[in-house]
Design a protein around this ligand. Structure first.
Ligand SMILES: Nc1ncnc2c1ncn2[C@@H]1O[C@H](COP(=O)(O)OP(=O)(O)O)[C@@H](O)[C@H]1O
Ligand SMILES: [Mg+2]
Length: 509
């Protein structure tokens, strides 16, 4: 029975919320019914002394979460990416949640390395520094490999962090279930689903093997990207709780004075940061979901270095094509077309009125394009767009919200490097390039080549596959004699024909 444990935990949480003034903010954000407010606050009130006071300088909600520890801080950070759940006001407040904690000791760090890598730190590394950075989940040390002398970064999970999270997440589930039972109207906010989403995000960060594999996939995708680098993972020194990668030195991308002093071209850096992010999202469908200034540096040669691959976003090919077409429609101010794309993709239910939707989209686009260049924001366009599409019955998609949120962050990074940057002007070539590649004649060709390849491989098998299905369907009946070898031939011819056609078309282009 975990019930009593969880109740005690939740009372402490409630008491902290009450004491910091966050209770009212949260109940307001969730539009809690009056009865529920009285019930919760009445229950918690006598226990206020159990709650933490928190840092007086912070706004109530982040103050409460900060005081309650790592799981709550992370939860707040995840909720700040879900304005669909907490409303946009609270989401903005939660963005200030900083993820900094005192480091754990060198002795503990060394014990983790020994346990995970099976050898003492002294045997693996010729030097091993004090932590260079410490957050709620992990800390990073600088080291040199004993055999080659290469400089590496060793990221180590905080000891016992998994168990601490498990307990808090159990309490979150308990609370979500209680809320669903006590207030059926809250179900529209899907409390259980929000916790599951949170658990998924955290699971990704509590297993550094997942971060290592994200880092290497990201590195492979971006290998040929100009002026962009990702540290290489040293797999033989990486496990679930320890990750080792090449050390990459740079100036923080948020430090304009240092960048200027080193002679970097900030305008160029701003342009690159935005274009890289867009092309990762559109071209690869795999983007860095946590691109704040703390996770980006600038190397001596001007390359942008990315760190921290705990939160990555994925967008499937279909969605990318649809959104490229939507963005393209906005660029050309063809709102009717943007509306149609939504209907064709099945994002907006067919019974809604296309013309009315197009008018709503015009109200999204016109004010933004009418702004002064230094004010135009793609992130804002997307956020207004999602508001409208939600109103027209489109389901919220977490990967698109992460995309929009990250775009806010990347635009912020770019603007702080170059306050006069025109974001549309910088973004447009990347979006148009992708469109040429993904929905123009070239894309048609690529699709045909793909189809032809698959057909050439599987085509000859299709008749026997179909036959097997037929046999299965009619199995009790006796079977007529068949000639499978011969029936493969037409498919081979057809596959060959398609391949030929494709080559012919490609020559003509
Ligand atoms: N490969 C590396 N080379 C140099 N510094 C690194 C490297 N990896 C991480 N760091 C430093 O450590 C900090 C924290 O690492 P990060 O992966 O962002 O951890 P967290 O997930 O705790 O934010 C980074 O901001 C960066 O300054
Ligand atoms: Mg980081």
């Amino acid at each position: 029975m975990r019930g009593p444990h969880n109740i005690i935990r939740l009372i402490r949480t409630g008491a902290t919320f009450e004491r910091t003034g966050a209770m009212k903010v949260v109940l307001d954000a969730f539009e809690a019914p009056l009865m529920m407010r009285y019930a919760i606050r009445g229950l918690v009130w006598p226990f206020q002394w159990l709650g933490y006071k928190g840092d007086q300088k912070m706004a109530p909600a982040p103050r409460a979460l900060n005081a309650l520890g790592p799981a709550y801080i992370k939860f707040g950070q995840v909720l700040s990416t879900r304005p669909d759940v907490v409303g946009s006001e609270l989401a903005v407040q939660l963005r200030v949640l900083q993820d900094k904690l005192p480091p754990f000791s060198m002795a503990e760090a060394k014990a983790e390395v020994l346990r995970e890598l099976g050898k003492p730190v002294e045997a693996l590394f010729s030097s091993f520094s004090e932590p260079v950075a410490a957050a709620s989940l992990a800390q990073v040390h600088k080291a040199h490999l004993a055999d080659t002398g290469d400089a590496v970064a060793v990221k180590i999970l905080r000891p016992g962090i998994e168990r601490a999270f498990r307990k808090d997440i159990d309490a979150f589930y308990f609370a979500a279930r209680a809320i669903e039972v006590l207030s059926p109207s809250s179900r529209r906010l899907r409390p259980m689903e929000v916790i599951t989403h949170f658990e998924g995000v955290v699971a990704g960060e509590l297993d550094l093997r997942l971060e290592s594999s994200a880092a290497s996939e990201y590195a492979a995708n971006t290998e040929t990207d100009d002026s962009f680098v990702v540290p290489r993972v040293r797999w033989h020194l990486s496990r679930r709780r320890v990750m080792t990668m090449d050390w990459m030195e740079g100036i923080s991308i948020g430090d304009n004075d240092a960048l200027d002093a080193a002679g970097h071209d900030r305008q160029h850096l701003a342009t690159r940061a935005l274009q890289l992010f867009l092309s990762h999202a559109l071209r690869d469908g795999f983007f860095h979901g946590d691109m704040h200034q703390g996770n980006l540096k600038v190397a001596g040669n001007g390359d942008i270095i990315a760190y921290d691959f705990g939160i990555m976003g994925r967008i499937d090919e279909y969605t990318r094509r649809v959104y490229a077409e939507i963005l393209f429609g906005f660029i050309r101010k063809d709102y009717q077309r943007v509306a149609e794309v939504h209907f064709e993709a099945g994002y907006v239910p067919a019974h809604k009125d296309v013309d009315e939707f197009a008018r709503a989209l015009r109200a999204v686009g016109e004010p933004i394009f009418g702004m002064d260049a230094s004010q135009i924001s793609m992130a804002r366009l997307l956020s207004y767009l999602f508001e409208v599409t939600e109103r027209f019955g489109m389901e919220t998609r977490t990967e698109l919200i992460l995309l929009q949120r990250t775009m806010v962050v990347v635009e912020g990074v770019a603007r702080s490097l170059d306050p006069h940057m025109n974001i549309w002007q910088v973004a447009q070539p990347t979006v148009e390039d992708y469109i040429k590649e993904s929905i123009g004649p070239k894309a048609l060709l690529k699709d045909m080549v793909k189809t032809a390849r698959i057909l050439a491989r599987f085509g000859p098998l299709l008749p026997s596959i179909a036959e097997a299905a037929l046999i299965k369907q009619n199995s009790p009946q006796p079977l007529p004699p068949t000639k499978p070898q011969l029936s493969g031939l037409p498919w081979m011819v057809f596959g060959g024909f398609l391949t030929g056609l494709t080559i012919w078309v490609s020559k003509g282009l």
